[in-house]
Design a binder for this molecule. Structure first.
Ligand code: UDP
Ligand code: MG
Length: 329
């Protein structure tokens, strides 16, 4: 850690970055401009999530400018959730803010977030998107589907929620103490139940580049978020099974009745519908079981959530490419 920064700064800012070379310098200028006005002890950790552009080189270039700036680089792209986790493990601040590196989470909100935390009114300050004007219709549809699904299946209301939040040290330590892997930062912070104050903000346009989330990635995040947060889909399948048994029983009664009354078997259509319906219900059920199984499989493999390729400024003891660093931090 840089010698100008106290061991426990008041504020740590974690910034996940994936292919943000173009806008990074402008974002850091904005961020440090605001930080200088609202805190006298802070550190910033940019977590480069295996960018394939010049993000890391740009960051290296900025280090001389800001003594409070640090960089951590993954060996490859492990995803934003892993980047947030790496940051949480790395930082020492008494308050920790997670924010995007593309300028969409305005640094100008930081003083207000800090004031709420300093006054003791909030252990979590959750910035809430007041609008989605900067999103494309597809991104809005994706978000709507994602939040709707999460709400029905887990009871979590994430409409407007973002990863832009301030967490008290106690919240961070609680999250890090979970034996399970944290896969869904937003949801897990809500789950802890610490005093949360929402703070509305207007999503700013990206400084440069375009959003990195594809629909497939969001789908994957939804599946892991849901299966790691709630077992409700399993009980839905169970209820579907009960309903199927009831329907089958009624059909059995009808079959027996027509056998007794010698009515000719006239049921090809209904038979086909029943077979198709329960056939696909079976597949769906197996799919859902599979998703949970995959979750358990991932969990018991116990692989690290990410591998660190490099840390800047380089800590005295670790070598340049010490990939075991993720275990020691
Ligand atoms: N990001 C990341 N890893 C990824 C994808 C994105 O660290 O695999 C970062 C990205 O650099 C940005 C933040 O996560 O700082 C939000 O990403 P993006 O702007 O693409 O998403 P959106 O704003 O559409 O939610
Ligand atoms: Mg963005």
């Amino acid at each position: 850690m840089n010698s100008t920064i106290p061991a426990t700064p008041e504020l740590s800012v974690i910034v996940p970055a994936f292919n943000e070379a173009e806008g990074l310098a402008a974002f850091l200028a904005q961020l440090f401009g605001v930080l200088a006005t609202c805190s006298d002890s802070y550190e910033v950790w940019v977590v480069d999530d295996g960018s394939r552009d010049a993000t890391w080189e740009r960051l290296r270039g900025e280090l001389a400018r800001y003594p409070q700036l640090h960089g951590l680089r993954f060996t490859r792209n492990f995803g934003k959730e892993a980047a947030i986790l790496a940051g949480l493990r790395q930082v020492r601040g008494r308050a920790v803010v997670v924010m995007d590196s593309d300028g969409q989470h305005p640094p100008s909100l930081l003083p207000q977030m800090l004031d709420l935390w300093r006054s003791g009114k909030a252990q979590i300050v959750a910035a809430q998107k007041a609008n989605r004007d900067t999103d494309s219709w597809l991104a809005r549809l994706n978000a709507r589907l994602f939040n709707g699904l999460m709400h029905t299946l887990t009871g979590l209301d994430l409409e407007g929620a973002s990863d832009f939040r301030l967490l008290d040290r106690r919240v961070v330590d609680t999250l890090l103490a979970f034996p399970e892997k944290i896969r869904f930062f937003r949801g897990m912070t809500v789950w802890t139940g610490f005093t949360t104050v929402p703070l509305a903000f207007d999503v700013a346009p990206r400084i440069a580049g375009s959003s990195q989330w594809s629909t497939a990635q969001l789908m994957r995040l939804a599946v892991t978020a849901i299966t790691s947060y709630s077992a409700k889909p399993l009980s839905i399948v169970f209820r579907l099974g009960l309903f199927g048994m009831l329907a089958a029983f009624l059909l059995l009664l009808q079959a027996v009745y027509s056998w007794f009354t010698h009515v000719a078997v006239s049921g090809w259509t209904s038979m086909t519908v029943v077979v198709l319906f329960f056939g696909s219900a079976n597949l769906l059920g197996i799919g859902i079981l599979g998703a949970y199984l995959a979750q358990i499989f991932d969990e018991i493999k116990g692989r690290p959530e990410f591998l660190v390729g490099e840390i800047l400024p380089a800590p005295a003891i670790t070598t340049q490419h010490d990939i075991t660093a993720s275990k020691t931090i």
